[in-house]
Design a protein around this ligand. Structure first.
Ligand code: ADP
Ligand code: ASP
Ligand code: MG
Length: 433
């Protein structure tokens, strides 16, 4: 069971979570940092990079005060209030220690880890105060990435299961989402929003009967509720549909979090802490009914078009282009081709200049920044008619830069300028649902 930032965002919310996890079933509970904490830790790190110690200290003091208030509200006994304050003090002393020294990416990762370490330790104290026999399961002891920055599944599986075997007397384990160690043993993380990924990696490692992602909404909606009104919760999605939605911007799930569950064939349930009885969304291997299920959008996309006379009749052209992206470790999201050119999109412009320089030897290059991939997902059975027609009809007033269909039976993607994102999402909802 994974609970996100809002679900543990205050002492009151933490008590709600405690009520949801204390049945008799043996389980691992994965917690995010309290809502807003990781953002504040990012702010602190940014100040420290710039050697702005006053800026950093101000955020640190504000956050420390907030945690001390939560301690007062969470615990009812003097003994646990004292334990809670001591815990907060030790973590904030640690954060403050970085205001004195050199600041590198290693120190940054250590600071970013403090949110999940705090929320889990507080929850475990609270459960103990309430008389439950829960145990902290330190993510830094088993969650690890390999030299490619990918989760080291064999390591995770072996170390996690050993820990569980050594603690057979416990049924309720509380662990940190998001944080891990890298191949060199340094503190690292699974990227922003990565607690979902922690949960599915853990679920897969222990062959869990189910992975539950508890958040602040009643499951995956058919469009982004932050931009579109009257969206609806979807009762069932296949792993592939959920993966497409997560990858293409449905924030409720971290982009890579579906894969471990799919590989282990472990159903994932998206549930709402604010309304625990709501049915939510079940994600499983079962194909859903034919049709369009949902729309999502992925921001921050750059489109690159390469036009080349040499593409005519040439084989190996795409390979050469792709190799350039590979050499800069930059994944391509969308691709469309014509006889005289190819367009691709990337979501990281870290190496954009180098990539463009390298591609120039193949032809003329055009770059469009600030694009958005709008992605329509469903069980788009090939011989059904009319999906594309409905989508184009909906987007008839919006300039479309790229269209991609046929890569899988689950996805039609369109690239539009970010200025048109909201209109595109709303028009699609109006036409499709
Ligand atoms: P948590 O902190 O629990 O991980 P997130 O904020 O990461 O929660 O994800 C939940 C949020 O995702 C929702 O509050 C909602 O605003 C947003 N969201 C975006 N797209 C969707 C979607 N298609 N369905 C449901 N929620 C979505
Ligand atoms: N606390 C981390 C973040 O805010 C991880 C997560 O919540 O999933 O990104
Ligand atoms: Mg999240």
């Amino acid at each position: 069971m994974k609970f996100g930032g809002t679900s543990v965002g205050s002492a009151e919310r933490m008590k709600e979570v405690a009520r949801l996890i204390v049945d008799k079933e043996r389980k691992i509970v994965v917690l995010s940092a309290m809502a807003g904490t990781t953002n504040s830790l990012v702010d602190i790190a940014n100040y420290l990079y710039k050697k702005n110690h006053d800026g950093a200290n101000e955020v640190i003091s504000r956050l420390e005060r907030l945690y001390n208030n939560e301690v007062e509200a969470l615990f009812s006994t003097a003994e646990y209030k004292e334990k809670g304050h001591a815990l907060v003090l030790s973590h904030f002393d640690y954060i403050k220690s970085f205001t004195k020294d050199v600041f590198t990416v290693f120190e940054e990762k250590s600071i970013l880890a403090q949110g999940e370490l705090l929320s889990t330790a507080l929850m475990n104290f609270y459960l103990n105060e309430q008389g439950y026999n829960s145990m902290l399961l330190p993510a830094l002891d088993f969650m690890r990435t390999n030299k490619n920055g990918e989760p080291d599944s064999p390591f995770i599986k072996e170390n996690l299961n050993t820990f569980l075997d050594e603690n057979k007397g416990y049924d309720l384990f509380i662990t940190q989402g998001y944080i891990c160690r890298n191949a060199f043993g340094e503190i690292d993380n699974l990227q922003r929003g990565g607690s979902d990924y922690s949960a599915s990696l853990i679920g897969a490692a222990i062959s869990a009967s189910e992975i539950q992602i508890w958040t602040d909404i009643d499951g995956m909606h058919n469009n982004d509720p932050r931009y579109v009104e009257n969206t609806r919760s979807i009762s069932h999605l296949s792993f592939d549909e959920a993966a497409e939605l997560a990858y293409f911007g449905a924030k409720i799930l971290h982009p890579t979090s579906v894969l471990p569950a799919k590989l282990g064939n472990i159903p994932v349930r998206l549930l709402n802490t604010l309304d625990p009885k709501a049915k939510g969304t079940l994600i499983s291997a079962e194909e859903s009914h034919a049709g369009i299920a949902a729309v999502a959008a992925k921001d921050g996309i750059t489109a690159i078009r390469i036009k080349s006379g040499r593409m005519l009749l040439a084989y190996g052209f795409l390979r050469q282009i792709f190799e350039i992206f590979e050499s800069y470790k930059t994944p391509i999201d969308m691709i469309t081709t014509s006889e005289v050119g190819v367009s691709v999109t990337i979501d990281s412009d870290k190496h954009l200049e180098d990539i463009v320089d390298s591609i120039r030897k193949f032809g003329t290059v055009e770059v469009d920044r600030d694009q958005v991939i709008v992605c329509v997902v469903g069980h788009l059975v090939r011989d059904n008619k009319g999906y594309a027609n409905k989508i184009f009809e909906a987007l008839k007033e919006i300039p479309v830069r790229m269209i991609s269909y046929g890569g899988s039976d689950h996805n039609i993607s369109l690239l539009v300028a970010s200025d048109h994102k909201k209109d595109a999402l709303r028009a699609l909802s109006a036409k499709l649902f």
